[in-house]
Write a protein that binds this ligand. Sequence first.
Ligand code: NI
Length: 184
Amino acid sequence: MPILPIVTYNDPVLRQKAEPVAELNNEVQVFIDDMFETMYNSDGVGLAAPQVGSSLRIFVLDADNMMDDDEEKPGPMAFINPEIVEKKGMKIPMDEGCLSIPEVTDKVIRPETVVIRYKDEDFEDQEIEASGWLARVIQHEYDHLEGILFIDYLSVFRKRMHKADLKEIEDGERETRYPIRPKI
Ligand code: NI
């Protein structure tokens, strides 16, 4: 299975609203496998299809390593045509990063709990309620399907703090442990 290059934050594909997946054919299944491989190769906890240049409503995640020992670990999960149907709980700040914005992290405030409907890897309807790290990753990846990046939530001041980093990524000069495809 090939490892797909990850597009960087200034690529227009990351700003598009992604399109729903019509059917689970072989091409989609292979693509999802490649997404998992790409995510694990980059030590990411989540990856959305637009991040590998495909404007489809798919994301994958595996947040097990981020979770506490006493938390239930769901393992690798694929979300096809997801829809967040409810957000609840306290709004909490947590550090976030993104494979498309290498080495930039900052605090983002999001609701603690989400309810999400989606189709799984067998194209079966699922609905789960998630809190903690899982809810965090779900909201971050879901945003990618809406053309939203975590840096969009930062204050003008915080954004300015990352300006030099963003410029370096934009110029294709940032070195990463995983293949990236800077916008030409
Ligand atoms: Ni991201």
